[in-house]
Design a protein around this ligand. Structure first.
Ligand SMILES: *Cc1c(COP(=O)(O)O)cnc(C)c1O
Length: 231
């Protein structure tokens, strides 16, 4: 199917239905799940169409591409999530323009983002990216590093530590997906048992968001299922 701004409301509706269905099947309130529309490679017009159809949260992987689109969408009250790998030389711009950073995978990045966040802005919401056992080289901290990292990040004034994020490879069967996402959910409970109060599990993409929701995802990051294949 050809996907353009004109049939985006239909695609969005279908995804919202699937999110609600997955939530209800898990005994969860669909309102507790935020869909982040992942706009990498998509033009600003496509994001505008999504915003007009009610999308409030947008995810971007590449700073320059994101800034170009943000500059065309300044008239809209959108929340921007940086979901790519953060390079140290990009932290100043990311701290200036994003509301969320999902892939915190080293202390240096957290410290830079915090120091460079304007005191006139609310703290950046951040998630620690975790390298789970199923993952091959996708980055992130090892589970054993989490308590120490969480304590250090939670102490940074420019950041608000919200939870954990993972980026597993696309697993074909639902049982394998549930196992991986269940692992992240377990790690969040584990951290909270140590005195933290984290409320975000950023997990699930176009091919596996229903399993992620079953396992407790609060933020799903959806690109191709909404906007179509990336060129
Ligand atoms: C591209 C991307 C997504 C969206 O992937 P789709 O399979 O297109 O839904 C989600 N999260 C991250 C970190 C990504 O880079």
């Amino acid at each position: 199917m050809l996907i353009g701004p004109q049939n985006l409301p239909f695609r969005l509706h279908a995804i919202r239905e699937r999110i609600a269905h997955a939530a209800l099947a898990a005994g969860r309130d669909p309102a507790g799940i935020t869909m982040i529309a992942v706009g990498k490679t998509q033009p600003a017009d496509m994001l505008r169409a999504a915003a007009m159809a009610g999308v409030t949260d947008f995810g971007e992987n590449y700073l320059q591409e994101a800034e170009e689109k943000m500059n065309q969408l300044t008239d809209l009250p959108l929340r921007w999530h940086f979901i790519g790998r953060v390079q140290a030389n990009k932290t100043r711009s990311i701290a200036a323009r994003f509301d969320w950073v999902h892939g915190i995978d080293r202390a240096e990045i957290a410290q830079r983002l915090s120091a460079q966040r304007s005191p006139h802005l609310p703290p950046i919401n951040v998630c620690i990216q975790v390298a789970l056992s199923e993952e091959a080289n996708k980055g992130g901290l090892a589970p054993g590093e989490l308590p120490g990292a969480a304590a250090r990040i939670a102490a940074l004034p420019g950041l608000r530590l919200r939870g954990l994020m993972c980026l597993p490879p696309m697993l074909a069967d639902r049982a394998a997906q549930l196992a991986v996402f269940g692992e992240l959910a377990h790690l969040l409970r584990d951290i909270n048992a140590r005195g933290f109060d984290l409320d975000v599990l950023s997990m699930g993409m176009s091919g596996d968001f229903e399993a992620a929701i079953a396992a407790g995802a609060t933020h799903v990051r959806i690109g191709t299922a909404l906007f179509g294949e990336r060129g």
